[in-house]
Write a protein that binds this ligand. Sequence first.
Ligand SMILES: Cc1cc2nc3c(=O)[nH]c(=O)nc-3n(C[C@H](O)[C@H](O)[C@H](O)COP(=O)(O)OP(=O)(O)OC[C@H]3O[C@@H](n4cnc5c(N)ncnc54)[C@H](O)[C@@H]3O)c2cc1C
Length: 358
Amino acid sequence: MRMTRREKTATTTVHHRHAQVRSNRRNRQRRLELFEFLFCHRRKNIYIFVMIIQENVPMSEHTSFKVGGPARYFIKTESTDDIKEAFQFANERALPTFILGKGTNLLVSDNGYNGVIIQLGKFFSEITNIGNGKICAKGATPLARLARYTINEGLAGIHKLAGIPGSLGGAIYMNAGAYGQDVSQTCIEVETIDNAGNVRTRTAAECAFDYRHSIFQELAASRESSETILSATFQLTPATDLGKTAKDLESEMQECMTKRRNSQPLSMPNAGSTFKRLDAGAIATPTQIAPGYYIEQAGLKGFRIGGAEVSRVHANFIVNADHATAADIKALSEHVQKAVTEKFGINLHREVILLGEF
Ligand SMILES: Cc1cc2nc3c(=O)[nH]c(=O)nc-3n(C[C@H](O)[C@H](O)[C@H](O)COP(=O)(O)OP(=O)(O)OC[C@H]3O[C@@H](n4cnc5c(N)ncnc54)[C@H](O)[C@@H]3O)c2cc1C
């Protein structure tokens, strides 16, 4: 484990590098407690921040599938300076980097990730009401928290997304959506930092949003140009302009939550929809654009490989039913793709992102 300690006063920033400490699970926990303590500790005008670089962190602890081997390095960042340092750390070792949100759309290899995982920490979880229906939230803000905040503010536009379990950064990256709303409909700008430490603001048009797509996916594919999402601003509509109240928005949100609870296997580890919706242009009815329809018609509900199972509740979900490995989940998703293509001539495209060597 490495630690970078930074003491901040109103005017100065002091960096100290500390020697590497070998980590086991227990002392990692102690370091995290120390981190929490220092993070919250305030003496006069002095705040003390510690950026901890952990080694061999099991990704099963950071993904909703609860699978995945160790990340070689794992860094939680609390400022843009931390992010720059994290990229520098990776560059010095010629290691790849991966920005982790809440790991709810991610399948990490059983062999882990031979690179540096960078996650935005608590200081990147913040919401500001700018006024005139504009809300800005930082990248690590849980999308659910943001959606509920907008409801309390009486603003419509992302209130139906409260059941999506990821971070705002992950939602922008994926253009997450549900029940007729997605983030692209109301997002007006996104602030990012690139690997060289340059901060920029992209307009929504520059984000090239499409169904479960944003430019950030293309940028991430190239190590040099990937961008970390720091914050996003939304232009929402006052409920009153729609002839509604905040209570109405709350009811609409609760209705979506109930639909989720009744149709998704929320008691088992999963990563949401395995496959993307099919192209509506080519196919007629809403049922027919749902991958789950074809998976179910192919008789695959409940089908298992190892500990991975095609959910009996929702066929487009793969669940970790019994100590599944990442290899089980990947093999099952490939089996489903093959079976659906053979039976219906339809190609299913994976929504869940793979990380590491499979
Ligand atoms: C039970 C369940 C229900 C779900 N329902 C829905 C749904 O209704 N609709 C939907 O769209 N999705 C759904 N999902 C999938 C998932 O929650 C979303 O895709 C979510 O937006 C992913 O966010 P995350 O923070 O977990 O991202 P991660 O899974 O951690 O990462 C996803 C991608 O985003 C990138 N990323 C994350 N944060 C940043 C950042 N700050 N900067 C740059 N890149 C970043 C990562 O590098 C990665 O490539 C569901 C998942 C589960 C488990």
